[in-house]
Design a protein around this ligand. Structure first.
Ligand code: NAD
Length: 480
């Protein structure tokens, strides 16, 4: 059994309860982890609080040096952690390699920023008051990080790395179906010299462990990624303590393909954007609006790409798309597709569970393309969290922008065009936290990332994220 990391020690739940972690490709048990309760969570919070004075009081370059050792130690174990991630999450092993590497890179990014002096404040001369004003930025204390299952390591590091680098201590709660790689990473960071209590990982149900993190007054900030409905609950519950929250929530990202677009580029980008991680990405392209003159060409190209994708067990290096993560997730996609087809939608690629050896026990679903789906269908309104791409033909940019903005979500958005004026309109008019122009939908670590409308509140990534883990204090130095 993999154990939790509390105060630098491997720890079981006090009750002895455990949870099984299963491989979505085979249904086999990979390992089990402790099923913590509120009391276990409070122990982790107390350890993080006890570690805070020494960690926040350490010179930033020394914290950075310890964090860089953690990143190096993680890289030394990249293969081992990547295998664990594929076994518990289902994604292709090549993608797990990228995710572990990105985890280490995030630690290095924020270690580098704080070592380079990024924690400076501001100074203002106020001669009219015979005073000087300062704005100092201070770490908050204990941070709770609540993480989903789709990118368990990227979304762990996007909270933990900036929070620790600026001097906070962290209690992290991974999703119950993907705790194993996270626990191993915390163990590796302890081995590399991270002081006890600075990073704690507690495994258990969201409505027990997560709820304690949100409601416990010692935790001063929650970094949350997950579904919009859970995020609304987190925000409401955090209000009792006036607790700071960052919420990275669901999305239904539109992509607009203009009549002057590079159609090959659009098809290539959207095939990756939609089917990467079996379609289970917050910033996946979930709706396509293509203009009439290029519609046939685009639909033919994207259908071909969907049909050629090699679906299989993520541990097989030939697999380009693994199974979906859960049975419930696959049933959700099937129900959304059925609704689209019942309303007149025509399936051009996929549309069903693949058959044959190796597919019977996993939660596989074929990469699917559907056209002729009317506005009222669920796929245009809800988040589709799986490999299902609906395409709508539109007459012009006005119609495309109006439909793109008709969602309650506002995470990412894309436009493919060779005309800068059209791109400029999309940048100005799309209600979203990100607009990609002629690009694959990748969230770059260098830029802030976070959604508008029901897709979230606050930012991750970029140097900006550090402000979300710091409090500002104004200081007056008076001469008299
Ligand atoms: P989820 O909301 O079900 O769970 C997320 C986390 O919250 C898990 O750790 C879960 O245990 C915990 N949780 C559940 N109930 C809780 C409660 N009452 N209190 C505190 N914590 C609780 O989300 P999921 O299904 O794991 O993730 C998929 C969703 O995440 C999708 O909607 C996706 O779009 C979104 N997502 C968003 C981003 C982003 O950056 N905007 C990134 C990745 C995923």
């Amino acid at each position: 059994m993999a154990l939790m990391n509390i105060n630098g020690q491997p720890v079981a739940a006090a009750s002895g309860a455990t949870m099984e972690v299963r491989n979505p490709a085979t249904g086999e048990v990979v390992d089990s982890v402790p099923k913590a309760d509120a009391e276990d969570t409070r122990k982790a919070i107390a350890a993080a609080a006890a570690a805070f004075p020494a960690w926040s009081g350490m010179p930033a370059h020394k914290r950075a040096s310890i964090l860089n050792k953690c990143a190096a130690h993680v890289r030394d174990h990249l293969e081992e952690v990547a295998k664990l991630l594929t076994a518990e999450q289902g994604k292709p092993i090549r993608d797990s390699h990228i995710e572990v590497d990105r985890f280490a890179a995030a630690i290095e990014q924020y270690a580098g920023l704080v070592a380079g002096g990024a924690l400076h404040g501001e100074q203002m001369s106020l001669p009219q008051y015979k005073a000087m004003g300062l704005v100092v930025r201070r770490p908050m204390g204990v941070v709770g990080a609540i993480i989903p299952w789709n990118f368990p390591l990227t979304l762990f590091s996007s909270k933990m790395a900036p929070a620790l680098a600026v001097g906070n201590t962290v209690v992290a709660k991974p999703a119950s179906t993907t705790p194993l790689a996270t626990l191993r990473l915390a163990e590796l960071m302890t081995e590399a010299g991270l002081p006890a209590g600075v990073l704690n990982v507690v495994t258990g149900p969201g409505n027990v462990v997560g709820e304690e993190l949100i409601r416990n007054p010692v935790v001063r900030k929650i970094g949350f990624t997950g579904e919009t409905v859970t995020g609304k609950h987190v925000m409401a519950a955090a209000a009792d303590e006036i607790k700071r929250v960052t919420l990275e929530l669901g999305g239904s990202d539109p992509a607009i393909i203009c009549d002057d677009a590079d159609v090959e580029l659009a098809a290539k980008s959207i095939a990756i954007g939609r089917f990467f991680n079996a379609g289970q990405a917050c910033l996946a392209v979930k709706r396509v609006y293509v203009m009439e003159s290029v519609a046939d060409e685009f639909i033919e190209k994207i259908t071909g790409r969907a049909q050629r994708l090699k679906v299989g067990n993520g541990s097989d290096t030939a697999s380009q798309m693994g199974p979906m993560h859960t049975a419930g997730g696959r049933e959700g996609i099937e129900a959304q597709l059925k609704d689209a087809v019942d309303r007149g939608g025509k399936v051009l690629a996929g549309g069903k569970r693949p058959e044959g050896d190796g597919f019977d026990k996993g939660f596989y679903f074929e990469p699917t393309v559907v056209v002729n789906v009317p506005d009222e269908a669920r796929v245009w309104k809800e988040e589709t969290f799986g490999p299902l791409l609906p395409i709508m033909v539109v007459k012009d940019l006005n119609e495309a922008l109006q439909k793109a903005n008709s969602s309650e979500y506002g995470l990412g958005s894309s436009i493919f065009t060779r005309d800068f004026a059209k791109a400029q309109r999309a940048i100005d008019e799309l209600d979203a936290g990100y607009t990609w122009v002629n690009s694959i939908q990748v969230a770059y670590d260098e830029l802030p990332f976070g959604g508008a409308k029901h897709s979230g509140y606050g930012k991750e990534h970029g140097s900006e994220v550090m402000d979300y883990y710091l409090e500002e204090k104004s200081v007056i130095l008076a001469g008299v």
